[in-house]
Design a protein around this ligand. Structure first.
Ligand SMILES: [Zn+2]
Length: 490
């Protein structure tokens, strides 16, 4: 048996000014050919599960590419052609019995709103009958074209995504059973007109907790795989929003019934997917009253893990203004500031314009730096290994990094965008988050993987940025209509 195994992942925020070229993929992961297994084996990735299954089955494998970039703006056309070209070229070589793909499901390329659907359609054009298994992120904006052009599609059931390996194992096993003639997968898909807020999709919360439990219930009742996708709402494309995919063993009616139950339940719970915030100054004042730490201050409108520029300073400025003490910030993206800190050296006092280097035309804002005076506490090369439950075992590289102490705040400054979902971002720079009163995190839900066990409370702070949870700040032109809650007052 010969299997083609590949990974191509990007969650595209069409409102984000952060460019997505091949260099951005290289910053996180762009591995080619025979180097792929060594990098991903043993990690908590669908790809790692595929490699394990192939080995157990004694299959020969081809691994043309494994690529992932942190969320940002539309993927540049040449980068998209490069990544898909690697997979299509390998497929064109022929001789495969099946394909195992680790995709995101919310990739938008320049001129192609359905990055995964286009890839899969082109694969099917080359090899019309070849079985293809796909894993997608819980935030996938799944299209009909994606489902029409693969055999099995399975998504994550957790957010933070701590079941990435499990999803790969599930998809891969179904495909291998199909290849062995032990299963006959049939797949159904559907959408409900709901643009859910990412901030309301945590699976430790309601309604997402119960909705994901319903997918497990569908599997106990006979489905081979049932997924309810929350979708990714910061994508102005027709297929943005909630969808469901159910795979059954030959029984289409069972799959359709389970799909409809999931979609109806999501629609019934729609009010729970609308974020309702409070003024920033009020949120920070509320945090200041809390006596027991660490308290998470969640700067969710500048969540780099959803395409944020990671250099919006509004929440940091408000926290400094209100004088909160013993605050650790993870992290501000500002390569220029890190360079200035490195030049000054550890222990030096320095005044600089921190953050605010990126304009955000989609929301009508210019980058606004914050003038700060502080002391350089730590400098590092920004490399560390994830020990927590999400992306376990993966090496992170935030580029030249450092800690700047400004009043009662220690600000981690980095040179490559990175969402703080693991304590390593702090411990690698000499900050013990357990001993901080406040942890100001540019994250949304993924911080929970590494930081929730420490947190006494979480305060959502509505700052500025292109990952805002307020639809009114975004100009949607292409998303399908009607869709709740857009235009609910119209
Ligand atoms: Zn996700």
């Amino acid at each position: 048996m010969r299997l083609l195994i590949a990974m191509m992942k990007h969650e595209t925020n069409t409102f984000s000014p952060v460019p997505t070229d091949l260099a951005r993929f290289r910053d996180w992961a762009l591995i080619e050919g025979d180097a792929v297994p060594a990098v991903f084996a043993g990690t908590n990735h669908p790809l790692a599960a595929y490699l394990d299954l192939a080995r157990e089955a004694g299959a020969e494998i081809a691994t043309p590419i494994a690529a992932e970039a942190m969320p940002s703006g539309p993927v540049h056309a040449d980068a998209y052609e490069f990544l898909t070209g690697r997979i299509l070229d390998a497929l064109s070589g022929g001789g495969f019995d099946g394909v195992l793909l680790d995709l995101h499901g919310a990739m938008v390329a320049e001129g192609e709103p359905d990055g995964e659907g286009s890839l899969l359609a082109r694969m099917r054009a080359i090899a019309p009958d070849l079985p293809i298994a796909v894993t997608c992120d819980l935030h996938a904006n799944v299209s009909a074209r994606m489902v029409d052009n693969c055999t099995v599609l399975v998504g994550y059931k957790t957010y933070p995504h701590v079941d990435m390996y499990d999803a790969g194992a599930q998809a891969g096993r179904i495909l291998l059973r199909a290849l062995a003639g032990e299963a006959a997968p049939v797949m159904t898909w559907g959408q409900t007109p709901l643009l859910a807020q990412t901030l309301c999709m945590g699976t430790a919360d309601e309604p997402m907790g119960s909705l994901q439990e319903a997918t497990r219930e569908a599997e106990r009742a006979g489905a081979l795989a049932a997924t309810l996708f929350g979708g990714f709402p910061l994508a102005d494309i027709p297929d943005a929003g909630v969808s469901a995919v159910v795979v059954a063993d030959g029984d289409r009616a069972l799959a359709e019934h389970a799909r409809d139950r999931l979609l109806n339940a999501a629609w019934e719970a729609r009010e729970g997917f609308v974020y309702r915030g409070e003024p920033l100054a009020k949120a920070v004042a509320r945090a200041k009253e809390m006596t027991e730490g660490p308290v998470i201050l969640l700067d969710h409108a500048d969540n780099v893990g959803s395409g944020g520029t990671q250099d919006c300073m509004s929440v940091i400025a408000e926290v400094l203004k209100q004088g909160l003490e013993n605050v650790a910030v993870a992290a501000v993206w500002d390569p220029q500031a890190v360079a200035a800190m490195a030049e000054a050296g550890v222990g030096a006092e320095i005044t600089l314009d921190l953050g605010g280097k990126t304009d955000m035309p989609a929301i009508g804002l210019k980058g606004t730096p914050l003038r700060v005076a502080g002391r350089v506490r730590t400098l590092s090369d920004g490399r560390w290994i994830v020990r927590g439950p999400m992306y376990t075992g993966v090496e992170v590289d935030t580029g030249p990094s450092g800690v700047l102490e400004v009043g009662g705040m220690r600000v981690i400054v980095i040179s490559k965008h990175h969402e703080p979902w693991d304590m390593g971002i702090m411990t690698s720079l000499g900050i013990d988050p357990r001993h901080c009163r406040y942890l100001l995190l540019k994250s949304r839900i993924h911080y929970r993987a590494g930081f929730a066990p420490l947190a006494k409370a979480t305060i959502t702070c509505d700052g500025t940025g292109v990952t805002t949870s307020d639809n009114a700040l975004l100009d949607f032109k292409n998303v399908r209509r009607p869709i709740f809650p857009l235009g609910r007052n119209a």
